[in-house]
Write a protein that binds this ligand. Structure first.
Ligand SMILES: Nc1ncnc2c1ncn2[C@@H]1O[C@H](COP(=O)(O)OP(=O)(O)OP(=O)(O)O)[C@@H](O)[C@H]1O
Ligand SMILES: [Mg+2]
Length: 268
């Protein structure tokens, strides 16, 4: 059986077209990256700021078309899809970003934010309210939250709503780009536990991006490390944690002293 997510020789190059700096060299944000993710597993992706994690995330779900390479999700090569086909396929894969405050329209009640996502997913109007309530329950919120505006929620609650919205189209694959980095440490564990619970209950597959190696080691089945756009390390989490191959990975781990104290028993 082939992997659920398969990435082959993916590259993303940005060419700055700035009149201010006309001679600017292109930025090779992602360079020739290949990996696979099995269904219902978590691949953790770490690397320094600017190493290309978010660029890889966007290229992976074709939010931006990659410069080169091929991505298959559930066996479907995304590059062959038309714009419309891609829109449809994108329901099966969603990105959750770091900042839940920016992700929700402040002028829309939660009912309408979720309603829009459900409409995009093809849920008929008369069924949307019931679906919205189901989505809220799934992320640990209550029906009375539907008629509130985003400002009435804490950061953690907002991220729950963003996760609920991402689930509106019954996705199979979630890219989580620093999903708890903007949250209070005390709230981070709750959201991580929610994500892991949803993964089990809904059979989801994750690409989990974080600069926090502790977190990555806690949630991941496999781990990849990006450096200047290159995937310098990739393998089963235990192997990467215990016997990192790349010098760079060892240096990253060295900079994260708490990593070795991560309670391994918590990893399932
Ligand atoms: N739209 C863009 N146009 C030009 N350059 C870009 C664009 N997006 C990203 N880059 C460049 O690509 C490189 C990788 O950026 P990216 O945001 O993917 O890094 P990151 O690993 O997500 O960093 P962080 O941990 O800070 O979120 C950086 O050099 C960045 O400046
Ligand atoms: Mg980023």
């Amino acid at each position: 059986m082939s992997a659920f997510v398969s990435v082959e020789n993916l590259s993303q190059t940005y060419t700055a077209r700035s009149w201010l700096r006309p001679g600017l060299a292109p930025t090779h944000a992602v360079r020739n990256v290949s990996f696979t993710i099995e269904r219902n597993t978590v691949m953790g992706l770490a690397g320094e700021s600017g190493s290309g994690k978010s660029t890889l995330a966007r290229a992976l779900v074709h939010l931006e078309r990659p410069t080169a390479g091929e991505v298959r999700i559930g066996g479907i090569p995304l590059a062959r899809l038309s714009r419309r086909g891609l829109r449809k396929a994108r329901r099966r894969m969603q990105i959750v970003f770091q900042d839940p405050h920016g992700a929700l329209n402040p002028r829309l009640r939660i009912r309408h934010s979720l309603g829009e996502a459900l409409a995009n997913a093809g849920v008929p109007r008369r069924e949307r309210a019931a679906h919205a309530i189901q989505l809220l329950r799934l992320v640990g919120l209550a029906p009375e939250h539907l008629d509130r505006y985003p400002r009435a929620f804490s950061g953690g609650q907002k991220q729950r709503i963003v996760i609920a919205r991402a689930l509106a189209g019954n996705p199979e694959f979630l890219v989580l780009d620093e999903p708890v980095s903007s949250l209070d440490v005390s709230i981070q564990a709750q959201i991580i536990n929610l994500l892991m619970d949803l993964k089990q209950r809904l059979g989801l597959t994750y690409l989990f991006i974080s600069h926090d190696l502790n977190l990555v080691s806690y949630v991941s089945d496999t781990i990849g490390i990006l450096r200047e756009g290159w995937l310098v390390e990739h393998g089963p989490a235990d192997e990467v944690l215990e016997r990192p191959r790349a010098e760079y990975t060892r240096a990253l781990f060295g900079a994260s002293p708490s990593l070795h104290r991560a309670p391994r028993a918590l990893r399932s």
